[in-house]
Write a protein that binds this ligand. Sequence first.
Ligand SMILES: [Ca+2]
Ligand SMILES: [Ca+2]
Length: 244
Amino acid sequence: MSGKSIAVLAAVGLLGGVASAQTGSLTTAPDNNSSGGIFMDLTALDGALAITSFEIPYAGTVGTPVEVEVWVRDGSYEGFDASSAGWTLHETAFGTRQGVGVFDPLVLANEIELDTNQTRAVYLHAITAGAGQGIRYSGTNTNPPQTFWSNNDISLFSDVSRTGGVPFAGSRFTPRTFAGTINYNIGGPTCRPDLNGDGVVDADDFFLFLSLFAAGDLRADFNNDGVIDADDFFIFLNEFAQGC
Ligand SMILES: [Ca+2]
Ligand SMILES: [Ca+2]
C-alpha cells in the first residue's frame, strides 16, 4: 500500500471515528505427546502486540474443566525453567479438556503485552490432581519437533516441557514445543470499555454495557468468572472512567 493510500485511510478513519481492531494468530504443531506444561518465548516483530488467548490441547477426561497457571517473564525462559524465580504468575485461566488433537480456548483476563521487538517468556502449566491430565505438546525423542515458528507479527520459540501438575516441577523434556494457537491484538491491548468497537469510549458504550449486563450477555463479564454481577459493573465503570 502506498503512503498516499495509508494517509487517505487514516483520514477516513479519523473523520468516521472508526478504528477497527486488528487481530492475528499463530498456530504451531499438532500435539503428539503429554502432559504438564510448556515454555515459550514470544517476540513482537512489527509493532506492539497483546496476547489475548491461547488454544491448547489437554490430556485427560474430555469435558472436564482445567485450570492453567500463566507465568510470564521478561526475556527468554532459557536457563530459567527450573524455578519461579524471576517469573510472575500473570493469572490462572480456565479451559476445558477436549481430548487429543483438539485445541480449547484459554482466554486471558489480562492480556500479555509485547512492545515492538520485545521478547517475553510465557509458561503455561495445567494444575491437575495427578499425572496425565495436563497440557499436551509436540515432539518426542525420536521425532524432535520444529521449535521456531513465526509470521509477520510474532515469533515463537519453544523447546522445553515439564510434566505433572506442579509448575516448574515434574520431569523436564526437550525438545518439546508448544502445540496450539496464539491469538493476539495488533497494535496493543484491547480497549475493553469500547464495547461497540468504534475507537471511542463514550456514552454509547455505557448504555451498551447496561443492556448487555441486563441481558446477562457474557460480554458484560468483565472479570471473566462466568458470572455477571456487581463486580463486573464496577470493573466496567472503572475502565470506562480511565478510557483508553
Ligand atoms: Ca465505543
Ligand atoms: Ca463476572
